[in-house]
Design a protein around this ligand. Sequence first.
Ligand code: 13P
Length: 245
Amino acid sequence: MRRPIIAGNWKLNKTIVEAVDLANKLKAATLKLDDRTAVVCPPFTALSAVADALRDSDIAVGGQDIFWEDSGAFTGEISGPMLKSAGCTYVIIGHSERRQLFGETNDTVNKKLLAALKNCLFPIVCVGETLEERKTNQTFEVIKSQVNNSLANLTNEQLALTVIAYEPVWAIGTGLTATPAQAEEVHAFIRTLLCKEVAEGMRILYGGSVKPDNVKELMGQKDIDGALVGGASLKAPDFISLINY
Ligand code: 13P
C-alpha cells in the first residue's frame, strides 16, 4: 500500500559530465518503475543537466539540501524555487553529514522542511543515531527527539507528503549495515511517533550501506518502505539492481 522509494544520494560526487553520463545509463536501463519510485539527488551544479537528461524517464530528481528562505542575501544557499526551476521534485533535508559537519539542527531541519512543502517538493527528512548513542542505549530517545522536533508544526496533510529516512550514522559509508531486524525495530518505532491518521501511509526509508546484496532482505521488513543509498547509487549497475530489487 505504501509505494516504495529508492533514492540515490550522490553527495559530493560527479561533475556535470559524469552526472549526465550516469543519468543516461539509468535512463537506458529497464527499470521496474510501475510499482516503485526512483529518485536521484545529484550535487546542485548537475541538477539541471541531470533533470534534462531524465526528462522523458520516470526517474525523479532531488536536491541534497534547501534553504528556508526563497531568495535574499544568503550567500551560497539554494532555495525551493531554485530547486523547482532546476527540475527537482524531491529534496533531502537534515542528512547526518549536514547535522554533524555543518551544524544542522532539528530546528533548521524543521524550517527547511516547511520551505520544501511550501514549494511543493517532497521532503526526505533524515534521522539517525551515532554509534556512541546506540552503544549507550540512547537510540530511541535520540530518534524520538529528532522526529518530533524536525517534523514539528506540520498539518496532517503536510506530514502525509513527508518521507523519513532512518540512517544510523554508524552504518553510513562504513559497510556496516543495520541488520534487517535492527532497522525494522527503529522504523516501527518511528511510525508510532507519527500522527495516527497518517502514519500508516507514510514512507520511511532505510539508509546506511544499502547494497544490491542486502536490499531485498531490508525491503522485506514490514516498516521499511525504501532505501536512501549513497555509495551504491554512484555506479549504474548497482543502482539499477537496487531499483529492481
Ligand atoms: P552509504 O549508502 O554510502 O552508506 O550512504 C548512505 C547515505 O548516507 C545516504 O544518504
